[in-house]
Write a protein that binds this ligand. Structure first.
Ligand code: TRP
Length: 443
């Protein structure tokens, strides 16, 4: 059977978790919510909510050794075949991949253009970015390149494709980030960035910051889409799934924090605002880099390459739950399943990029949101919270408690099991339900 090695699993799951969510989104939302206090909320959300669900998914995958849909049926006390509908969550990966591939295309475009020139002013950088998001031809070119790469890697399978690419790209990513970190430590603003990130100003915390931290914890750990469950189906049977989960959450958090430190040091060094939102990486940073001459150019190229590497290892994970489902449920070959899922996300990606252009924008805007934003909304505000709730309620009420307890006590104490069980059964579903209601704009 085509399984990961233990370390291969940790790298692949960390590769999935570490993505644009860490290097792009975490710093900009930390900036928007004012730093330290948000970081603490985020860390708590990772430890008490994210990690609990991560372990739950990993346990299910390792035990059932099947696709998401079959795993739910196999794990349920009653064996009720209706649990197969929990497999709906694999859709999220494909939808996210559609627009994630477009965004990765932007970044690849930034790598290439950083070789020639960088924008010297914010207005110029802003215009460059806006033009790119409206430029059908360029986006189509890069989206095709990224989608092709993802399909190529995934076609080769778990061991020769996914494990191998992570084995190469994750250490490279770590090296680039380490280099950038060393450089930022040498700058005067490093200590200012550290205080911004680690000294909490509690007045900045409100319920929306808390919910943003919770949502980010789910997204960054690739939860509630079947990715972790599916990867765990290829985790060696005797591997300690609790330890591997903690390792992945640790690596993921470390990368988010290091990215934040690097980016805030750069921003403060240039006297730029920390609350620029999504444009932080695409608009603020290039302007800063341009002021640093040739060194800035090298940093820009390394930084955007790091983002591409982080993103590619996430992208290959998003497709795997659908692949495994198609392969097992419809007895398809990996090749056929890859072609079907690959074509699907590629076409949806085209719809996403067209929906931002002037010529197609109006046609592809529904109820005030363009197709790109809809894909983000449907996944992060509807499918993922629902999937998280379904998973936790399932574990808490529909799986034999003894079975879970046995799986845990092979590796750890009963106390740890009880804490985890209480978290997953009661705390997480309540927290996510509040997040869900909030996302839908009901509170
Ligand atoms: N975790 C990745 C990030 O932080 C994104 C990601 C990869 C993801 N696979 C996923 C998000 C599956 C949700 C579901 O960028």
């Amino acid at each position: 059977m085509n399984k990961f090695s233990r370390i291969g699993f940790i790298l692949a799951a960390a590769g999935s978790a570490v993505g644009l969510g860490n290097v792009w989104k975490f710093p900009y939302i930390t900036g928007e919510y004012g730093g330290g206090a948000f970081v603490i909320m985020y860390l708590l959300a990772i430890i008490f909510i994210g990690l609990g669900v991560f372990i739950a998914e990993s346990l299910m995958g390792q035990h059932a050794e099947a696709n998401v849909s079959t795993s739910f049926v196999k794990m349920s006390k009653s064996g009720n075949p209706k649990w197969k509908y929990a497999g709906f969550m694999i859709l999220s990966g494909l939808i996210i991949l559609s627009f994630y591939s477009v965004v990765l295309g932007w970044i690849l475009n930034y790598v290439i253009s950083s070789f020639s020139t960088l924008p010297t002013e914010t207005s110029q950088a802003g215009a460059t970015f806006t033009n790119l998001t409206k430029d059908i031809g360029t986006q189509l070119f890069y989206h095709t390149l990224i989608a092709g790469t993802v399909v190529f890697i995934v076609l080769k399978g778990i061991k020769d494709g996914i494990e191998k690419i992570n084995l190469i790209l994750m250490p490279l990513l770590a090296m680039i980030l380490f280099g950038l970190l060393i450089y930022s430590i040498s700058l005067d603003s490093f200590s200012k960035a550290m205080s911004f990130m680690f000294i909490p100003d509690w007045s900045k915390i409100n319920s929306s910051a808390l919910l943003a931290a919770l949502g980010q914890a789910f997204f960054t750990l690739s939860l509630a889409t079947g990715v972790i469950l599916t990867y765990s189906a290829s985790l060696p049977k005797n591997a300690n799934f609790i330890k591997t989960s903690i390792s992945v959450a640790f690596i993921d958090t470390l990368v988010a924090l290091v990215s934040g430190i690097i980016i805030f040091t750069f921003l403060f060094e240039a006297g730029a605002p920390s609350s620029a939102g999504p444009g932080l990486v695409f608009i603020s940073l290039p302007v800063i880099f341009s002021g640093w001459g040739i060194l800035g150019q090298i940093i820009a190229i390394s930084f955007f390459i790091a983002l591409v590497f982080a993103g590619i290892t996430s992208a290959v994970s998003m497709i795997e739950p659908s692949l495994m489902f198609f392969i097992e449920r419809f007895k398809m070959t990996r090749k056929k399943a890859t072609i079907i899922t690959g074509t699907t996300f590629y076409l949806f990606g085209i719809i996403a990029l067209l929906s931002m252009s002037d010529s197609w924008g109006a046609t592809l805007t529904f109820f005030g949101k363009n197709a790109f934003d809809w894909m983000d909304f449907i996944t992060s505000s509807i499918l993922m919270p629902l999937a998280a709730i379904v998973t936790c309620v399932f574990i808490g009420f529909y799986v034999d408690k003894k079975l879970l307890e046995n799986k845990f006590t092979q590796h750890t104490s009963l106390l740890v099991f009880n804490i985890w069980y209480t978290l997953v059964k009661y705390i997480v579903p309540v927290a996510v339900t509040i997040l869900f209601i909030n996302k839908l704009g009901l509170i």
